[in-house]
Write a new protein. Structure first.
Length: 158
């Protein structure tokens, strides 16, 4: 698989994964860029011991975790000038609410549900997060219950 094909196939999925972590479009785009820089730099070292899907999501997950750690260490500042955004991403209120709910979950839960939303098999998710298949299955069930409750509350407010 050539890099361009890899990027076209996986960048939207990685973006959604990153949004689940940081709930900020700009950061998510930066994390996608960092992820694919790492993929580009290390593609020749990829040994096919796992699927390329697993490998890319593991890189993205590590980037997200590093971003969250950096956030904890540095003071936040605002740019004095607003720059016009060229990339348009279609979103609606329910999707925004979903990302907000996901961002409120624990780190491991965020990564698991983000990978579920990308239709990754449970075995692959278990490999990415370093858990057993059974543990991932239980976590997915509990996460879905949490999100369902949040959506029920949200819909009652509408």
């Amino acid at each position: 698989m050539q890099f361009e094909e890899i990027y076209q196939t996986f960048s939207p999925k990685v973006y959604r994964l990153c949004m689940g972590y940081v709930n900020n479009s700009d950061w998510a785009k930066d994390l996608v860029q960092e992820t694919f820089i790492s993929v580009w730099q290390n593609l020749s070292k990829f040994r096919n011991e796992s699927s390329i899907n697993t490998w890319i999501f593991r890189i993205a997950t590590n980037n997200c975790l590093r971003q969250l750690e950096r956030e904890k260490r540095f003071e936040k500042t605002v740019m004095p000038v607003q720059v016009e955004e060229k990339i348009e991403i279609k979103r609606d209120d329910r999707i925004d609410f979903l990302y907000r709910c996901i961002s409120e979950l624990e780190e491991t839960e965020r990564i698991i549900i983000s990978l579920v939303l990308e239709d990754l098999p449970q075995a692959e998710i278990a490999d990415i997060v370093g858990m057993s298949d059974g543990n991932v299955r239980v976590k997915i069930h509990r996460i879905k219950e949490k999100l369902t409750e949040k959506f029920k509350s949200y819909e009652q407010l509408q």
